[in-house]
Design a protein. Structure first.
Length: 126
């Protein structure tokens, strides 16, 4: 952590939080919120474009994005079976990434998973 702050201080007089995310190459909460909003609200093509634009422009690792999306899923009001579905998909994607599978295909899989979950009807509470 100290090395990160030292690196930032050499480059910037003031160290805004956003710059720390840039220096470390980690997705910022704002990046994750924007990706998550696209995944939960946009159509496939738009969500994929938002995801890839943020990932590419900021040189973010898909593993880091998937890890942060996991946190978003756990904090939603989705029903438990929907959360389990998405967490299962995200873990499969992380596994495939660790074995060298194409990242673009895995981004498409994430987008598809979030769109698929929208088609599951909510169960009726008694």
């Amino acid at each position: 952590m100290m090395n990160i702050l030292e690196s930032c201080s050499l480059t910037y007089k003031e160290i805004p939080v956003e710059k720390i995310y840039q220096v470390t190459g980690r997705p910022s909460p704002t990046d994750i919120e924007e990706i998550y909003r696209a995944l939960t609200n946009e159509d496939y093509r738009s969500a994929l474009q938002v995801f890839m634009t943020i990932k590419t422009e900021k040189s973010l690792a898909l593993e880091d994005i998937a890890r942060d999306l996991h946190k978003c899923v756990m904090e939603t009001s989705y029903e438990e079976n929907m959360k389990m579905f998405l967490i299962s998909r995200l873990s499969e994607i992380e596994f495939r990434l660790s074995h060298g599978v194409n990242e673009r295909a895995q981004v498409a899989s994430i987008v598809g998973s979030f769109l698929e979950i929208r088609t599951v009807p909510a169960s009726k509470s008694k």
